[in-house]
Ligand binder design. Structure first.
Ligand code: ZN
Ligand code: ZN
Ligand code: ZN
Length: 235
């Protein structure tokens, strides 16, 4: 069987393929990605939790820490947490037995307990490295345009329409460009970036009539080059 590549995908499947590639790429930058139920010019809704002070990604998973010795059980240590303490002999044990394995007493209190020091384990809210205890949620909407190298040319093409100009400051375009080696390149731009680079042609008849097609070099992305991997503008 001959080797297949993205040029073998139908236009509809290729467009979905681009959305998936963009989704995975966004995940690398800490974004959670959602698909709208209906396609209303927005292909993806993305969000992330960040520290209000320093902007670092926020970990929503609370930490499980021993109150006494500070041992952190959050990651790979959860199975080490003991669950019962005997009130008579102070033995700590695992499982949900109500009888002490050591002295036979039935005064076993159930409590998340440290396997090292027998201290109590508590759940504490994540704190940022910068010491902040506050986080916020950021939302963005994304429109994905995918393009393969045009037949017999060294160019990509994207169709842009007036209805794509959602100017609320939260809307961005990601152009997913697949080169002849099946490698993906991403151009990330805001609506105002798009208008700036378009200049006067945004007032042209072809744009008004939904017939605008931006053709640009598949080698250096032409006038759109500055937006390659420009994921930081989403922050
Ligand atoms: Zn912080
Ligand atoms: Zn401990
Ligand atoms: Zn006991």
């Amino acid at each position: 069987m001959s080797e297949k590549n993205t040029t073998d995908l139908s236009a509809k499947h290729f467009s979905r393929y681009g959305e998936f590639l963009v989704s995975f790429e966004l995940s690398k930058y800490g974004w959670n990605v959602y698909n709208p139920m209906y396609d209303e010019y927005i292909d993806l809704v993305i969000h992330k939790h960040i520290c209000t002070v320093c902007g670092k990604n926020w970990n929503l998973t609370p930490a499980l820490v021993c109150k006494n010795c500070g041992k952190d059980f959050s990651k790979s240590q959860k199975n080490k947490i003991k669950t019962g303490v005997c009130q008579d002999c102070n033995k700590v044990q695992a499982g949900n037995k109500v009888k002490c394995e050591s002295c036979g007493s039935s005064k076993v209190v159930r409590r998340p307990t440290c396997d090292v020091c027998k201290g109590e384990i508590e759940m504490i809210k994540h704190k940022c490295e910068c010491n902040s205890t506050n986080y916020e949620t950021k939302f963005r909407t994304i429109q994905v345009k995918s393009s393969r190298v045009e037949d017999g040319k060294n160019s990509y093409a994207t169709d842009m329409k007036p209805k794509d100009l959602i100017e609320d400051g939260f809307h961005f375009y990601i152009w997913c460009l697949i080169d002849d080696n099946d490698k993906a390149h991403f151009l990330v731009l805001s609506v105002s970036d798009f208008k700036r680079v378009m200049g006067n042609s945004i007032n042209g008849i072809s744009f008004f009539k939904d017939q605008d097609r931006q053709h640009f070099s598949s080698k250096d992305f032409g006038k759109w080059a500055e937006f390659e991997n420009n994921f930081s503008i989403l922050e």
